[in-house]
Design a protein around this ligand. Structure first.
Ligand code: SF4
Length: 340
């Protein structure tokens, strides 16, 4: 297995909590197992509009609508043809606040000045700029440069940006760390501390103040994390990196490849969901019986019964497990089956 080259600022928070995620994320079999969340795909499209606003000349409602429709048609085509993704077709039905997000993006883009001729301007607005040092590397949504000096770092977010900690509401730690790591790379090439912002889809910007001690500390933690991960890759002991607990594992994208997770949490409830491993013993109407080491489970609300093969060993991910329900679980839109 190849060593990790860069720690991405957007994943550092998760990799530090469970470094095994970094290793598993590089495996080809980790990809395209769970369907993409339509909110994430819509978020990527919104980022693309910011990045390409000049190139696409989005300066009027008509031009915005034309381009938006084209992109959504293309996305729906992919959703429809891709078996995994087809459960979320059409994206307009499944992405949360689809219309609101579209309207806010449109207002934000066409009310903003478009920065043509950026190369001849004193200011440069650089979208999706790759920055890196020896440890950290990632794409910044927007860098604003003045005479070669980075004045602003802007990260666009389409979802919630605050979290509640006790009685306080504060910026999500994952976003603070992301901005701090961008700053740590930029500060290696200039003395001026850029202003750090998170911009929501409405166009509202939040200035994020981060002190230099926090940035230095994070920089050191990123170096330590990279060394730790690569040491285990060199020695083929990366399984030891796992930090398996409900908080880290519940929504981990790599759990279908993670032995520690399978040994610890398969057939066990986490919140209101469960992943099962066992043998399909019976398929009747739209109810499936699965025999597992923890007893028999009935899977209900099955959409495609033919996906379940009797007498086959399998793993079933993303099932809804209501409380006080005697081993009766329900398929969700994102339920995925894996056969041995
Ligand atoms: S499933 Fe849990 S232990 Fe395994 S990689 Fe994900 S977070 Fe880590």
């Amino acid at each position: 297995m190849n060593e990790i080259i860069y720690i991405s600022p957007s994943t550092f928070y998760y990799w530090e909590k469970c470094p095994l995620q970094a290793v598993l994320s590089k495996l080809p079999e980790s990809r395209n197992f769970f369907p993409n969340n339509p909110d994430a795909d819509l978020g990527s499209l919104i980022h693309k509009f910011y990045e390409k606003q000049n190139e696409w000349k989005i300066d009027s409602l008509e031009r915005f609508n034309l381009k938006w429709s084209h992109e959504i048609i293309e996305m729906n085509k992919y959703y429809k043809e891709n078996e995994l993704q087809s459960i979320y077709f059409p994206i307009q039905w499944y992405a949360s606040y689809y219309t609101v997000k579209k309207m806010l993006l449109c207002n934000n883009l066409i009310n903003k000045p478009i920065h043509f001729n950026t190369n001849s301007s004193e200011f440069k607005y650089l979208y999706e700029q790759w920055i890196n040092n020896d440890v950290v590397g990632g794409r910044v949504d927007l860098l604003v440069k003045e005479n070669g000096v980075v004045r602003q770092v802007v990260d666009f977010k389409t979802g919630k940006i605050f979290e509640k900690l006790g009685k306080t509401i504060k910026l999500k730690e994952v976003y603070k760390q992301q901005l701090a790591l961008y700053a740590s790379v930029i500060l290696e090439n200039q003395n001026y501390m850029p202003e750090l912002y998170i911009e929501q889809i409405s166009g509202r910007r939040f200035k994020v103040d981060i002190d230099s001690n926090y940035i230095q500390d994070l920089k050191k933690r990123a170096i330590d994390l990279k060394n730790k991960i690569n040491y285990t890759i060199q020695n083929n002991t990366f399984e030891n990196l796992s930090v398996c607990n409900t908080e880290n594992c519940e929504y981990c994208f790599y759990r279908h490849n993670c032995d520690m997770y399978k040994n610890t949490f398969m057939n066990k409830r986490i919140g209101l969901r469960i992943d099962l491993i066992g043998k399909i013993s019976n398929v009747k109407s739209d109810i499936i019986t699965l025999i597992s080491g923890s007893g028999n489970f009935k899977i209900k609300n099955v959409r495609k019964v033919c996906k379940y093969k009797v007498n086959y060993d399998c793993e079933v991910y993303n099932l809804f497990f209501p409380e006080n329900n005697d081993n009766i679980v329900f398929e969700t839109t994102s339920t995925v089956i894996k056969y041995e």
